[in-house]
Design a protein around this ligand. Structure first.
Ligand code: HEC
Ligand code: HEC
Ligand code: HEC
Ligand code: HEC
Ligand code: HEC
Length: 243
């Protein structure tokens, strides 16, 4: 299918916006446009409190499902990070749900301190879409788009870094052709499954390299059947994301 919006048109709103305003605004706007994090957001990895949080250990090695902590991802417009109580399910002193080494004990002291003081841990936010664009997080997860497509291989990340630009062009690229991003719904949070069956890898610019249709067929999956069942048709008109 011919795309409704060719790629170069992603620039149009910006250009139109600048053309409509004066020169002074153009200069300031130009600076703002090129100086905003947009072009270097991929890889953004802020320093987290305490000894941080390691997804490779929890979601990778221990195999915890994303939804154990990110409880809202299927229900609400915004995803959530867990409260300190969730961590205390395992990191309470003397609680023997799981074996925790002495070395780890020191590393988790900041969790117990925060809990004892009745405070939360102030995790620094990594992925942000500006307020003037609406991004219903749950609609995507429920549509069968894996966390992998937008956040990368989180199960292998000791520290979360932003994997995708989150720009308007990025949203539209997928909305024009979502098929390659759709996975069986029960595999949305199983990122190693997704990586083995759906994408061979993601390069350093966040480009997903899909597994070919032949390879998928070889692994016993019929992508077309999935696409036909899920029948996704993401919106491309301005008002879907801006109102
Ligand atoms: C044991 C709890 C836990 C589990 C399980 C877990 N996470 Fe997280 N996640 C956190 C915490 C705490 C943070 C905030 C600190 C950080 O960014 O590392 C976080 C942050 C994130 C962020 C960055 C949020 C932002 O600020 O933009 C993403 C994306 C994410 N998790 C995805 C996942 C995915 C995908 C899985 C499953 C493969 C998963 N998480 C499993 C606790 C968890
Ligand atoms: C289901 C149990 C469980 C939950 C819930 C849990 N953890 Fe852990 N965590 C563990 C285990 C087990 C280890 C030790 C893993 C190891 O030594 O390989 C660990 C290790 C750690 C470490 C030490 C990491 C390192 O580099 O050695 C930190 C820090 C940590 N967890 C933070 C958190 C935070 C923050 C939360 C809440 C968002 C949390 N954990 C929730 C089980 C859990
Ligand atoms: C279609 C892309 C997409 C998919 C799929 C997706 N996310 Fe996100 N996620 C985003 C974007 C964009 C943001 C920033 C949203 C905002 O600023 O409102 C975000 C934000 C988050 C946050 C931060 C919440 C906070 O409080 O700061 C977490 C945690 C998260 N996602 C986890 C997940 C998990 C777990 C999955 C899979 C179950 C997932 N995401 C699937 C794009 C996606
Ligand atoms: C990797 C693919 C992908 C990316 C990236 C993506 N989307 Fe989507 N989007 C979808 C799919 C699939 C749907 C569901 C369409 C359906 O249910 O028919 C959807 C639906 C939507 C909807 C309509 C939700 C509803 O309830 O009907 C909005 C609004 C939306 N996306 C906004 C965004 C924005 C804003 C971004 C960028 C920040 C974005 N999307 C990035 C795949 C994606
Ligand atoms: C799928 C969702 C989506 C659709 C459809 C969409 N936008 Fe956007 N738009 C976004 C997001 C997300 C941003 C913020 C991008 C960023 O932070 O870089 C944005 C940013 C913008 C900006 C700010 C300038 C810039 O590039 O930073 C303008 C102006 C704009 N959009 C206009 C439009 C117009 C006009 C249309 C219709 C042709 C449209 N948008 C359709 C998601 C969308």
């Amino acid at each position: 299918m011919k795309p409704i919006f060719p790629k170069w048109m992603n620039m149009l709103p910006t250009l139109g916006f600048f053309a409509a305003s004066g020169t002074a605004v153009l200069v300031i706007g130009g600076f703002w446009y090129y100086a905003t994090p947009k072009f270097w957001e991929v890889g953004y990895m802020p320093q987290q409190p305490g000894s941080g949080f390691n997804h490779q250990i929890h979601a990778g090695k221990l195999g915890m499902d994303c939804r154990y902590c990110h409880t809202n991802v299927e229900e609400s417009w915004h995803a959530n990070v867990p409260a300190v109580e969730t961590c205390m399910n395992c990191h309470t002193e003397n609680r023997l749900n799981v074996e925790i080494s002495t070395a780890t004990d020191e590393k988790v002291q900041f969790i117990r301190d925060a809990y004892a003081e009745g405070k939360g841990i102030e995790w620094r936010n990594i992925h942000v879409v500006p307020d003037y664009a609406s991004f219903p997080h749950n609609a995507h997860v429920n549509a069968g788009v894996s966390c992998y497509s937008c956040h990368g291989q989180i199960q292998g990340m000791p520290v979360v870094a932003q994997a995708q630009s989150l720009s308007m062009g990025w949203c539209l690229d997928c909305h024009r052709n979502p098929d390659e991003n759709l996975v069986p719904k029960d595999k949305v949070t199983d990122l190693y499954w997704v990586e083995n069956h759906w994408f061979n890898t993601m390069d350093e610019n966040g480009n997903l390299i899909p597994v070919s249709a032949e390879e998928r067929a070889h692994k016993g999956i019929d992508p077309q059947a999935l696409v036909d069942t899920l029948k996704r048709n993401p919106p491309q008109y301005c008002g879907a994301c801006h109102y």
